[in-house]
Design a protein around this ligand. Structure first.
Ligand code: PLP
Length: 454
C-alpha cells in the first residue's frame, strides 16, 4: 500500500492566486542593475524604454512579498496547470534507494517547458500597455516557443532571434514558433548593428544567448510600439516562476511531506528560483532548513567556476549590468546539447543567495546527464529535456548516497520539460559521439580579464 499517491494534483481552487517575491525576505538584497552608460543604478524610466512598465515595477521591487496573479493569467494557467508533483516510486525501486523522490513536471504544454509560466505573464502586460509586439532571443527554442504561444493568445507580434546553432540543429522548434505566428531569425544576423559587429569579429560563430539578447534589445528599442522580453535571469521571471514552487509546496503540505533536498537545473536561474522560492523563503525567515542544489553543465559553469561580479547580460553590452556569477559576457560556451543552460551569467537573486551560502551548486558533464536521462525515461515514462536531466543526474546521485547510508531522505527536483525536440542530442549520445567539453582555467581567465571594472 502506498499512502502517498503517484501523482499529487491540486484542484483549480488550490492554485496560487499570488506570485511570491523571494527578494522581500532576503536580508542581503540582490545588487541593483546598473545603467551601461553611467554605471549608476538603473531607474524605472530608463528601463521602461526596454521593458513593459508593470514588468519594470516587478523587476525593481525588493520589498513586496506577494503580487496578485491577474485573472486573465490565472485562466490561461488553468489550461495546463496545476502541474503534477510525481512520486518517482518506479525510479526509487529501480535504484533500490530508501530515499523518497518527487519531481514537479513542467513539460505538460506544447512549449514543453516551464517557460510558458512567464511568457504568458509578459505577453499579458505588453498587451495591457497597448504595445504592438515584443522581441526576444531563444537558445534551444523553448522560450521562443513559449512566447509565440503567449503572443498568439493575446494577438501580439513576436520577433524571435534564435541562437544560430539551435536554429540549424532544431528546425522543428522553429516551425512550432511559426505555427504560432512568430518570425524567427538566426542570430547573429545582419538585421541589427550589433549582429553585424559580432559577425565581423567572430566569423562563423554558432552564436550565443548573450549575442541574441543584444540583437533582440536593439530591435525592440529601434521599433515603435515594441518592447523586449526575456525568458530567464531577471527578477520578474523568477517572480512568475514562483508558481512552480508554490504549487509544489502546497502539494507537499497536503500530505505533510518535508523535503530535505530541493534540486533544480540552472541556466539563467528562473525555474530553480521559482521552484525553491517558498522553501528558501522559510529558510530566510529562519522557519525551516533545506539543502538547495543548483545543477549546471560543466561546459558552462557560472556558479561553480564563475566570478561574482558586475557584468553585462549580453555580448553586445547594450543591456544593464548585473552583479552575478558570470563567466564573462564574451564567453561563448562550447556547443552543448542543453541549449537552455548555455548562458554566461546567472540570476542576481540566486547569485546573492549562493554567495551568502544559502544554496549549493554542482556542475555535471553532459554524458553523465544523458545517462541519467535515459535511466529516468526507462522507468518513469517521460522523455526528459537535456536541461532537466541535469537535475535528474544529481537527484539520482543523492538517492544513491542514501542507499549507502540507509537514510530515508526526501528529495524534490524540478523536471522542467520534455526532450522530444532534442533527439539529435540523444542520437549523439547513443552513437558515442557526445563530448564532455570543459573550459580550461586559461580560457576562463581570458574571459574574466574582460569583465567591466565597476
Ligand atoms: C530554458 C530551460 C531551462 C533553463 O532555464 P532557467 O531559466 O535556468 O530555468 C531548463 N529546462 C528547460 C526545459 C528549459 O527550457
Amino acid at each position: 500500500m502506498k499512502d502517498i499517491p503517484y501523482k499529487i494534483y491540486l484542484s483549480e481552487h488550490e492554485m496560487p492566486k499570488n506570485w511570491y517575491n523571494l527578494r522581500a525576505d532576503m536580508k542581503n538584497k540582490p545588487a541593483p542593475l546598473l545603467n551601461p552608460g553611467t554605471l549608476q543604478p538603473i531607474t524605472a524610466p530608463e528601463l521602461s524604454g526596454v521593458f513593459c512598465e508593470e514588468l519594470v515595477a516587478q523587476e525593481l521591487d525588493d520589498t513586496t512579498p506577494f503580487f496578485e496573479i491577474p485573472e486573465e493569467i490565472r485562466n490561461f494557467y488553468k489550461m495546463y496547470r496545476p502541474s503534477p508533483l510525481v512520486r518517482a516510486y518506479c525510479l526509487e525501486e529501480k535504484l533500490g534507494t530508501p530515499a523518497k523522490i518527487y519531481y514537479k513536471f513542467e513539460g505538460n504544454n506544447t512549449s514543453g517547458s516551464h517557460k510558458l509560466n512567464s511568457a504568458i505573464a509578459q505577453a499579458y502586460y505588453a498587451k495591457k500597455q497597448g504595445l504592438k509586439g515584443v522581441t526576444t532571443e531563444t537558445g534551444a527554442g523553448q522560450w521562443g516557443t513559449a512566447l509565440s504561444m503567449a503572443c498568439s493568445y493575446f494577438e501580439l507580434d513576436c520577433k524571435v532571434y534564435m541562437v544560430k546553432v539551435s536554429y540549424d540543429q532544431k528546425p522543428f522548434r522553429r516551425e512550432v514558433m511559426r505555427v504560432y505566428g512568430a518570425s524567427v531569425t538566426p542570430s547573429p544576423s545582419m538585421e541589427t548593428e550589433v549582429g553585424k559587429k559580432i559577425l565581423s569579429e567572430h566569423p562563423g560563430t554558432t552564436g550565443s544567448l548573450g549575442c541574441a539578447i543584444s540583437e533582440a534589445v536593439e530591435k525592440a528599442i529601434t521599433s515603435e510600439g515594441y518592447r523586449y522580453v526575456l525568458g530567464s535571469v531577471l527578477n520578474q521571471v523568477l517572480l512568475h516562476q514562483s508558481v512552480i514552487g508554490l504549487e509544489t509546496k502546497a502539494a507537499l503540505d497536503k500530505y505533510d511531506i518535508q523535503p530535505d533536498i530541493v534540486i533544480g537545473c540552472a541556466g539563467g536561474g528562473s525555474n530553480l528560483g521559482g521552484l525553491i522560492a517558498p522553501f528558501m523563503g522559510e529558510k530566510l525567515r529562519g522557519e525551516k532548513d533545506y539543502r538547495i542544489i543548483a545543477v549546471e553543465p560543466a561546459s558552462c559553469p557560472s556558479f561553480t567556476r564563475g566570478k561574482f561580479a558586475y557584468d553585462f547580460c549580453d555580448t553586445g553590452m547594450v543591456c544593464p549590468l548585473a552583479k552575478m556569477y558570470t563567466l564573462g559576457c564574451d564567453f561563448i560556451p562550447a556547443p552543448n546539447h542543453a541549449g537552455g543552460l548555455r548562458y554566461h551569467g546567472m540570476s542576481t537573486t540566486l547569485s546573492q543567495l549562493y554567495h551568502d551560502g544559502l544554496m549549493e551548486a554542482v556542475s555535471v558533464p553532459q554524458t553523465a546527464v544523458f545517462e541519467a536521462a535515459e535511466q529516468f525515461a526507462r522507468v518513469e515514462g517521460i522523455l526528459p529535456a537535456p536541461e532537466s536531466s541535469h537535475a535528474i543526474r544529481v537527484a539520482i546521485d543523492e538517492a544513491m548516497k542514501c542507499k549507502e547510508t540507509g537514510e530515508e531522505k526526501t528529495i524534490v527536483f524540478g523536471l522542467t520539460g520534455t526532450g522530444y525536440f532534442d533527439m539529435v542530442a540523444y542520437e549523439k549520445f547513443h552513437d558515442g559521439l557526445m563530448e564532455d567539453y570543459v573550459p580550461t582555467d586559461a580560457e576562463l581567465a581570458e574571459s574574466f580579464a574582460k569583465l567591466p571594472k565597476v
